[in-house]
Ligand binder design. Sequence first.
Ligand code: PHE
Length: 351
Amino acid sequence: MADIRELIQKVSLAKNKLELQNLKTQFLGKNSQINQEFKKLGSLNEDERKVKATSLNNEKQKISEAINIRLKELEKLEINEKLQKDKVDVTLPARERPNGKIHPVSQVIDEISSIFSEIGFSVEEGPDVESEYNNFTALNTPEDHPARDMHDTFYLDKNKKILLRTHTSPVQIRTMLSGNPPFKIIVPGRTYRCDSDQTHSPMFHQLEGLHIDKNITMGHLKGCLDYFIKEFFEVKKIRMRFRPSHFPFTEPSAEVDIGYKLENGRIIVGEGDKWLEVLGCGMVHPNVLKNAKINTKIFQGFAFGMGIDRLAMLKYGINDLRSFFETDYRWLNYFGFDPLDVPTNYRGLSR
Ligand code: PHE
């Protein structure tokens, strides 16, 4: 029989659980030497048997104990090794990660909403896919009206009854039909026209404004837009002109230009002798009010529509409208805004 100390030493040197398991089978299993010895006990006389059995049991117990001790040690080693591997060095400097940025169009929509909410406008929305009726007919633009061609409409069906809205004005109709006057709303949203160059994109953004109440006049419209333009461009004075124009859904109608000058190729808004068209507006046509079930003897008001992307280009010096929609991360990183800096009138809109 092998020296018990030798066996115990082998156990204590087992490198892992598998090796230990093998040793256990080898030293205590069915074919182990100890087991063979136990089997031989029957051939001994009683006294010898007692002595031998006691010593065999002793040995067996010692080996078992050694195995258990080693098992505990190995488990501990295993855990320590794992902890060592998973160690996180909290003193390491943070790895630089790409920052999310707010797109200038979203930023400008937030700025505009903040400015108008300050004077009591609430924000409405409407669907991009519209009926021909809401987009044109209800807005006093009958089928043969030349304004329909001017809009380069994307129709979605053969009968030209469903389309991608060409402006946010159909939300005027939706809003007026779904409630009772007064109405004082702005509507930011996507609009579509089949047109693409440096200042036109087939998908662009508009902001509609509508204020219907008793005794609302063109004076209110001018005051409202004057306030808005100054707040938006964050200037005290602005040159602004109302140019007579035509829209089927307003009467009278005007287009609004703001003054600017070029300095080293950069647009400076509010000064100078150049004019830039920023929006269309007017007093809501009585036919539109009638289509929206409004009593024109009591209520009247103004509406306006402006190009959000164009305002963003002007304010933030972006030259090509198409770059807005190319989803180039480098562009967004350069022109985008900090997501934690929500624009408010009192804290500053863009700083
Ligand atoms: N819907 C017009 C356009 O897209 C703008 C507008 C809106 C004009 C409201 C007058 C009143 O050009």
